[in-house]
Design a protein around this ligand. Structure first.
Ligand code: 6GU
Length: 248
């Protein structure tokens, strides 16, 4: 069976969006995966087809109703038994490459896209829906987050990526950021490519790449360093200035 993504959303017209072009889009056309969208509003039961209501306890915005979402989720669980059901929300557990690998290895996934201020918490208590976040910032809705998740999964599906090995060395697969890349021209604006990369000595190149991966992970992502290596949170000597703090 084809790996299939079912997206529950109030904005089905956002899909496939960026998933319809390039690598994922070609794979979609080639039938290497499939995508369906479900309009959550179709599961509303009242005259106005409402899917949200004011937050209990007061506050800004609206909250997605548990009853309407549960009806949509139940329909999906019935139609696609055994397929993981996720919900994109900034309150979710952080998406990791390990989760992506696991999802890509399965039959596909169902993903509920949060909107408004959030989702009635009782949905997560009453249904097997796993809340997932793509990072510590707030999006206007879960749809773009679902696209991120699906992109990450689809590129791992058999036959999707050009070179089947290119997933093995990349960022996070070893718990580290990937080493830096270079290509021609050999000299650009007075900057040259590290000499070792032109040496043809594959063992030396591998050692250099590993060292750079460790160095860059230590300086940019001390959290990864700590998680995977148990390393102390301290800057290495000779840390590069441009890796500090601000994005610019
Ligand atoms: Cl999954 N949804 C929304 N709305 N914002 C997010 C997010 C998800 N992950 C990070 N920010």
């Amino acid at each position: 069976m084809t790996w299939t993504a079912s997206v529950l959303t109030l904005y089905p017209e956002m899909f496939p969006g960026p998933l319809g072009v390039s690598l994922a889009g070609r794979a979609l056309q080639d039938g290497l995966w499939s995508l369906e969208t479900v309009q959550i509003r179709d599961f509303a039961t009242d005259r106005h087809r409402s899917v949200d209501d004011t937050p209990a306890g007061g506050g800004a915005g609206m909250v997605m109703r548990a009853d309407v979402l549960a009806a949509a989720v139940d329909d999906m669980l019935e139609r696609r038994p055994g397929v993981p059901m996720l919900a994109m929300t900034p309150r979710g557990r952080p998406l990791t490459q390990a989760m992506v690998r696991e999802l890509a290895a399965g039959p596909g996934l169902s993903v509920l896209c949060g909107r408004f201020e959030g989702i009635d918490e009782r949905l997560f208590e009453a249904r097997p829906v796993v809340p997932v976040s793509i990072g510590d910032y707030v999006l206007s809705g879960g749809e773009t987050a679902a696209m991120v998740l699906l992109d990450a999964c689809v590129r791992l599906l058999p036959g999707v990526m050009g070179a089947p090995t290119s997933g093995e060395e990349e960022s996070f697969e070893a718990g580290l950021l990937e080493y830096p890349h270079y290509t021609r021209p050999q000299e650009w604006e007075g900057r040259t490519i590290p000499e070792v990369l032109r040496s043809g000595d594959h063992a030396k190149i591998a050692a250099w790449r590993k060292a750079r991966a460790v160095e860059d992970t230590r300086s940019r992502r001390p959290d990864l360093m700590e998680r995977h290596w148990g390393a102390p949170r301290q800057p290495p000597s000779g840390e590069r200035q441009d890796d500090e703090g601000e994005l610019t």
